[in-house]
Design a protein around this ligand. Structure first.
Ligand SMILES: [Zn+2]
Length: 147
C-alpha cells in the first residue's frame, strides 16, 4: 500500500452517529469489510465522548493496516488500530490531553462508554481510546501512559 492519504471518494462514507462518519477513521488505509462493525461500535463510543466534550474531536489516527502499523509503531503488533477498534483523539483547542483523558475516564466510570483501552500521550497531545472486548462483548480495561 502506498504512503498516500486516501482521497475523499476512496473513503467509506457511512454516517454512523450524528457527528461520526466511518471515513473519519480512514487516513491511508480503507477499513476492510470484516472490521466495519468494530468501526461502527467505535463511532458510537466516540459520539458519547464528543457529547461530553461539547466540541468536535479531531481524530488523528484510526484504522491501520498491518503494514502501516509496522511503520508507525512496530512495538505494538496487536494494536487495536489494526481491527478498527481504536482512535487517537487530539483534544479541541483550549483543552489538554490530560483533561480529555479525565473526561473519558469519567464516562467509563459512569458506564457511558466501554471500559477498554485508554492511553494518555501528554507531550504528543492526544488520547488513545479503544474498544477492546472479551468474547461476550464486555470491555477489557487497559491503561497506559505514552509520550
Ligand atoms: Zn492509538
Amino acid at each position: 500500500m502506498a504512503d498516500k492519504l486516501l482521497s475523499a471518494n476512496e473513503k467509506t462514507n457511512e454516517q454512523v452517529t450524528s457527528n461520526f462518519n466511518l471515513k473519519e477513521l480512514e487516513f491511508m488505509d480503507k477499513i476492510p469489510t470484516e472490521f466495519l462493525d468494530n468501526a461502527r461500535e467505535l463511532c458510537r463510543n466516540l459520539q458519547k465522548i464528543r457529547d461530553a466534550v461539547g466540541k468536535p474531536l479531531n481524530i488523528i489516527s484510526g484504522y491501520r493496516s498491518l503494514e502501516r502499523q509496522m511503520k508507525v509503531n512496530p512495538s505494538a503488533p496487536k494494536s487495536k488500530h489494526l481491527s478498527a477498534e481504536a482512535a487517537d483523539i487530539k483534544p479541541p483547542a483550549g483543552m489538554t490531553a490530560t483533561e480529555l483523558h479525565k473526561i473519558i475516564l469519567d464516562l467509563i466510570d459512569k458506564k457511558v462508554i466501554l471500559n477498554s483501552g485508554l492511553g494518555l500521550y501528554v507531550k504528543d497531545n492526544f488520547v488513545h481510546y479503544d474498544i477492546r472486548r472479551d468474547a461476550s462483548g464486555k470491555g477489557t480495561p487497559a491503561r497506559w501512559q505514552g509520550n
